[in-house]
Design a protein. Structure first.
Length: 70
């Protein structure tokens, strides 16, 4: 039983050291999260811009295509 307790103590110490290594990684993940949020916002703006452009070009092109046989 003593051997099992020692093994568990070593395992817990190893886990503690691994958690210390993960702390800087968590800070980096926060930066990545902000970048993804920014990209999502930018993509949504692009989608809106493309929809506006489609509406502003689509109607005149439909009108022009009636006169121009392609």
């Amino acid at each position: 039983m003593n051997t099992d307790v020692r093994t568990m103590a070593v395992s817990i110490e190893s886990i503690s050291q691994n958690v210390d290594v993960l702390k800087p990684m968590l800070a980096s993940i926060g930066g990545v999260e902000q970048s993804i949020q920014s990209m999502t916002f930018t993509t949504a703006n692009m989608q809106g811009d493309m929809a506006d452009m489609n509406r502003s070009i689509g109607r005149p092109m439909t009108f022009m295509n009636r006169f121009m046989p392609w």
